[in-house]
Ligand binder design. Structure first.
Ligand code: B12
Length: 336
């Protein structure tokens, strides 16, 4: 097999079968270079919009110059893994009424998607024994939306998400850096946001401060409001997702109206031990929040939703070393 110079057709052939089997919606490839939007990233950091996610600052030099971390890397093979409907569901997801973003309603993609990419790497290593392949998703110092845009996987929408005209935006991005050179350039996907501002208008915390600019300190995915974990509003309102999922999209536009059901799930979180919560949510993004994070979110939602039936469970946390203050605040909000 010719090791250097992967052609567009060769690449398609090599990947389409695997990619279909793995359930990826689309894929592409690009030569590695300084990201088109690196300057936007830099000024976003300079404005402090990343809040306390300090790792984003530390990642900047590697995002700007991938070869400073992976000297042999010449290209990236980029994959989109849809998460609606979730491909790796739990037999029974314990939270049915609290608002949990779609990506978190199943096993954590940092495990299964990463593993799929690792398996693909093994396959490539057998085909190209002299070349190098590294699988990554999310947590590595890669500006993934920019990379995926360059590889032709979609355009960067006003909600900052990568949107594909047929597949919408409810997909994860993962990539394989490789030492292969490419003989082709991907065709960039045109920006189809037009004059639409639905995502900006619906954001409950005005985190989208202008088109394609998000203040992460305000985003519910980072903070929380009525949502228990994450938020999808800026995506589920998007006409391109409506089109892609044709009426099947779970919109979660308003909190569940049945307060009794909310109360039951919040009670479960508040009174269950850390160990048991971990057992029930093992392997999901929610388990990464830990006992403290889950109870903290439950207290905030109980307060925001005025769930008076939880007063005594909240009082039981008054003496908790880390949650005590928050419990008192949540409790105050529940007075008549
Ligand atoms: C930090 C982070 C967050 C932060 C900040 C998000 C943000 N918008 O900045 C928080 C915690 C809020 C978050 C939330 C979510 N995240 Co997040 N997050 C990341 C992470 C780790 C880094 C993103 C980053 O660098 N942000 C800084 C900003 C400045 O960069 P950016 O978001 O990439 O935006 C670029 C474009 O907007 C571009 N740009 C702006 N204007 C223009 C104009 C043009 C013409 C061009 C070309 C580019 C361009 O410049 C920016 C810099 O390159 C990436 C993984 C990664 N390694 O990249 C995942 C990632 C972006 N997140 C992802 C997901 C799924 C989510 C959530 C949907 C999860 C949820 N439901 O709760 C939400 C979506 C909220 C939103 N609207 O972004 C996916 C996105 C997939 C997709 N289809 O876009 C990623 C890629 C993870 C993955 N591997 O799949 N996330």
């Amino acid at each position: 097999m010719n090791l250097k110079g992967l052609t567009s057709e060769g690449f398609e052939k090599l990947l389409s079968e695997h990619s279909m089997k793995l359930g990826f919606s689309h894929f592409g490839a690009t030569t590695l270079r300084r990201p088109f939007s690196f300057d936007i990233y830099r000024s976003w950091l300079n404005e402090g919009l990343h809040g306390d996610m300090e790792y984003l600052e530390a990642h900047a030099p590697f995002k700007e110059n991938p070869q400073s971390k992976w000297p042999l890397a010449k290209s990236a093979l980029v994959f989109a893994a849809p998460y609606f409907p979730h491909p790796e569901r739990l037999e029974e997801f314990p939270l049915k009424n609290l608002r949990v973003s779609l990506y978190a309603q199943g096993y954590d993609y940092h495990f299964w998607f990463k593993q799929q990419l690792e398996n693909l790497c093994q396959h490539f290593r057998s085909l190209f024994p002299e070349d190098e392949f590294v699988a990554m998703t999310d947590s590595s110092p890669v500006l993934e939306r920019d990379l995926a845009h360059q590889a032709g996987l979609g355009w960067i929408g006003k909600n900052t998400c990568l949107i594909h005209p047929k597949n919408g935006s409810l997909f994860f991005i993962g990539e394989i850096y490789s030492s292969l050179t490419l003989d082709f350039e991907a065709e960039l996907v045109h920006d189809f946001c037009g004059t639409c501002t639905r995502c900006i208008d619906i954001c409950p915390t005005q985190a989208l401060i202008s088109p394609r600019k998000l203040d992460a300190r305000k985003c519910i995915s980072e903070k929380i409001g009525d949502w228990f974990f994450g938020c999808d509003l800026c995506q589920t309102i998007c006409p391109w997702n409506e089109k892609a999922f044709k009426g099947k999209l779970i919109k979660n536009e308003a909190p569940c109206e049945n307060k009794k059901l909310l109360e039951e799930e919040l009670r479960w979180i508040l009174v269950t031990s850390g160990k048991q919560l971990e057992k029930a949510l093992k392997g999901t993004p929610l388990s990464r929040a830990g006992n403290f994070g889950l109870k903290r979110n439950a207290l905030i939602v109980a307060h925001n939703q005025s769930i008076r039936g939880l007063k005594s469970e909240i009082e039981d946390l008054f003496e908790h070393p880390k949650l005590g203050e928050l419990a008192k605040w949540a409790h105050l909000g529940l007075q008549e």
